[in-house]
Design a protein around this ligand. Structure first.
Ligand code: DP6
Length: 368
C-alpha cells in the first residue's frame, strides 16, 4: 500500500490522530536559472535551478491539537515571531484551503503555527520559499508520524510537492545544496510536481558564496505572482522558455565540470534576461533601483581587472546577489566594503553562501 493510501486508511477508520509538535528549519534559495512564468496549478513553464542559502532561514513550529469545533474546516492559527500578521495569515489560510484534498487529515485537527526568520524583515529578501518549505516539511513529517515511518527521500519529495503549492520556488528549499525543479529532457528524474536534489557537483562549488547587497528593502511594486502572470502575454515568452531550457542544461554541465567563469557568465545572463522579461511585459516594469546599476558595472569592471570568477545574480527585486568563491574571499570582501556597500541601503549586506539544507528542530508527540 502506498504512503498516501495508508494515511487515507487511518482517516477513513476514524482512528484518533496524534497530538504533538513538529518544527523544521528551511533555507531561502537563490535561483541561477530562473523560474519565470507558470501554468495553472503552480506548474512552471521552464525548469529552474538554485542553491539553498546557509544563513537566511525560516523556522516553523506547528502544534497539532484537538479541534475545538466540529466542522469540515481546518482550524489554523498563524503567528510570525509569536505575533499575528494579517497579510501572511491570509496567504497561509488560502494555502490550506487549496491543499485540503492533498492533506484531508488536517480538517480533523487544530494547528497552531509560528514562524520565525533568521534574517530581518527589512532585508527585502523574499521569505516565501523558506516559509513554505519549512511548513511543508512539518506537514510531510506529520504524515510520516501518522504512518510511523522515519524520514526518507520520499518524505522530502512529498514536502517539495506541498511546498510548491504554496510558492513555486519553495519546492527547491526542502533540500540543501543544489536543487532543480521543472521537467527537463536532459534530466530524466526532473518533475513539474516537485524539485529534486542535484548532487553531481564539482568540488569547486563547495566554497560558493552569495553576498546579498541590499539596495532597497521597499515592498516591490509588482509581486512575483503578478510577474509570472504577465509572462503569459510577453511577446518573447516562447523564446524565453527555449533559452531557459538550454541554460538549465548548460548550467548542469557547468556544475559537473567546475568551469567557474562559465558559471558566472551564465548566472548573469539569466539575471539580465529575467529583468528584460519584466521590462518587455505589458505593462512593462522595472524592479531594479538606481543603486543596482553601479553595483552591476563595478562587479563587471572588477572581474575584468582581476580575472576572478565573481559576478552576480538578481531575484525579482533590486538587490544584487554577488557570487564568489571562498579562495577569493580576501580580495572580494574589501571590494564589497570599499566599492559596493556605498550603494546599499544603510550599508546593509548579508554575507551568505551555499548551505546544508533543512533541519528538524522538534518532534514531540504524546505517548498513548
Ligand atoms: C524570480 O516562487 O516567488 O525568484 O510561485 O508565485 O510564489 P510564486 O513565485 P515565486 O517566484 C520566484 C521567481 C524568481 C526565480 C526563482 O526563484 O526561480
Amino acid at each position: 500500500m502506498s504512503e498516501r493510501d495508508l494515511i487515507l486508511n487511518i482517516i477513513d477508520n476514524n482512528a484518533s490522530l496524534p497530538y504533538g509538535t513538529i518544527a523544521w528549519e528551511a533555507p531561502s534559495n537563490i535561483a541561477l536559472v530562473k523560474y519565470w512564468g507558470k501554468k495553472p496549478g503552480q506548474i512552471p513553464v521552464n525548469p529552474s535551478l538554485s542553491f539553498s542559502l546557509q544563513h537566511c532561514l525560516t523556522r516553523t513550529e506547528v502544534t497539532f491539537t484537538e479541534k475545538r469545533a466540529k466542522s469540515k474546516k481546518p482550524e489554523i492559527g498563524y503567528t510570525f515571531n509569536n505575533r499575528p500578521t494579517k497579510a501572511f495569515s491570509t496567504r497561509i489560510e488560502n494555502y490550506f484551503h487549496s491543499i485540503l484534498t492533498e492533506i484531508p487529515w488536517v480538517t480533523e485537527l487544530r494547528l497552531k503555527i509560528n514562524s520565525y526568520n533568521t534574517f530581518p524583515d527589512s532585508a527585502g529578501i523574499a521569505s516565501s520559499a523558506s516559509a513554505f518549505a519549512s511548513l511543508a516539511l512539518v506537514l510531510a513529517q506529520y504524515e510520516y508520524t501518522l504512518i510511523e515511518k522515519a524520514p526518507d527521500a520520499a518524505m522530502f519529495q512529498r514536502a517539495s510537492h506541498l511546498a510548491r503549492l504554496g510558492s513555486g520556488s519553495a519546492a527547491r528549499s526542502v533540500y540543501g545544496g543544489w536543487a532543480s525543479w521543472g521537467l527537463a529532457a536532459h534530466l530524466p528524474d526532473a518533475s513539474d510536481e516537485f524539485a529534486i536534489p542535484f548532487t553531481e557537483v564539482h568540488p569547486a562549488f563547495k566554497g560558493l558564496n552569495d553576498a546579498i547587497l541590499i539596495v532597497s528593502s521597499e515592498k516591490k511594486a509588482v509581486s512575483s505572482s503578478k510577474g509570472h502572470a504577465l509572462m503569459d502575454t510577453n511577446p518573447f515568452k516562447s523564446m524565453r522558455i527555449t533559452q531557459a531550457g538550454n541554460n538549465h542544461s548548460k548550467m548542469l554541465e557547468i556544475l559537473k565540470n567546475g568551469d567557474l567563469m562559465a558559471f558566472i557568465e551564465l548566472a548573469e545572463n539569466e539575471a539580465m534576461t529575467l529583468h528584460a522579461m519584466m521590462m518587455t511585459s505589458n505593462p512593462g516594469y522595472i524592479l531594479l533601483k538606481p543603486g543596482s546599476l553601479p553595483i552591476i558595472h563595478a562587479v563587471r569592471a572588477f572581474r575584468e581587472k582581476t580575472g576572478l570568477p565573481v559576478g552576480f545574480t538578481i531575484d525579482a527585486g533590486p538587490n544584487i546577489h554577488l557570487l564568489y568563491f571562498n579562495e577569493d574571499k580576501e580580495r572580494i570582501v574589501p571590494f564589497i566594503k570599499n566599492e559596493l556597500i556605498a550603494f546599499c541601503e544603510d550599508s546593509h549586506w548579508i554575507n551568505d553562501g551555499i548551505g546544508q539544507g533543512p533541519l528538524l528542530l522538534n518532534h514531540t508527540f504524546q505517548v498513548e
